[in-house]
Write a protein that binds this ligand. Sequence first.
Ligand code: PCP
Length: 383
Amino acid sequence: MSNPFGTVPSEAILEGDATDAYFERTRATLEHAGKNPHVVAEVTADQFPTGEFEVFTGVKDVATLFEGRAVDIDALPDGQLFDGGPVLRIEGPYLEFAALETSMLGFLSQPSGFATAALETRLAAPESLVLSFGARHVHPSIAATVERAALLAGLDGFSHVAAGEILDREAGGTMPHALMFCFGEGNQADAWTAFDEAVGEDVPRIALVDTFWDEKSESLLAAETLGEDLDGVRIDTTGSRRGDFRHIIREVRWELDARGYEDVDIFCSGGLTPETIRELRDVADGFGVGSHITGADSVDFSLDIVEIDGEPISKRGKLSGIKDVSRTPDGGHHVTLADRDGPTEGESLLEPLVRDGELVREFDLADASERCLADAEAVGFDH
Ligand code: PCP
């Protein structure tokens, strides 16, 4: 198969070739010794709760990876929050899944990191329009993974067109500085007018207003140029020119209002973090966020065998035995041995995903997003 960008093809992932070499050597060694024990293994980030919740996602891809393989898998639902203990449990002959560990952890680790950062972003401005603008920071082959994580965490939309086709959702956005340059300084009105004439009626008219002159001048010019057609302005002021960004936004708001343009929204972007968004959320109407999400650390998941041929086992520092995780009405996350009573009123969170190779769960992104936001409230997610 042609692979011009040198990415690992889906076939290699499904066939188990997208693995670390030591798993191939493990297979050779176990087959040589005639061993293939029945094991239970668990995916965990932290053994015990740490007080810091993260978002679990990527589970749909794990289900696809294991379809048709002789294993049983239980996992948290897509979008569930967790704080310690297993997020996924797999049971079967070890060689049935040994080589898939690398890809399985990759499917979970990076998307869960993106989703956790996206949730931080969402909760920084619950009432504002927040869009994912970070596709430019990742390899294009995983752009839909970023955008899906953003939607899962409740963001209102994203900018990547191909991701939109995969996720069955139209990409959004405004206009780049490149468009303004093509018309040139002094001709901003021509650029906005041409944009207004060229794009579909469903595209919001949001003028980029930080390219050549100060944000106030360009915002007023955009409002005078497009009049009632102007939906908003986007201020993407470079960090070195930003000064007091909150003050700049308030000043633009004031000047727009003073001339009767109260309906023109102010949209901000460029290096925004949950902290800066919290400082701006009462003066701006919306935000475009990229690097805070795409630069998120992967969740440090690992897969560990916890039972082998019916006996508990673990390496030093890890906890042996099959575990369960549960949520109590106070938002507590509890890790217990599966064959013991869990906490009173605790609701077990691990649910069947695969049974003897058959996928036994359905996936719906809107449901997962609802779960994520409800659970964030239940556990008091606050990074
Ligand atoms: C915006 C901003 C960042 C993009 C969005 C993502 O770009 O300057 O590069 O935001 P982030 O800083 O949170 O990652 P545009 O203004 O659309 O880009 P351009 O300068 O190319 O017009």
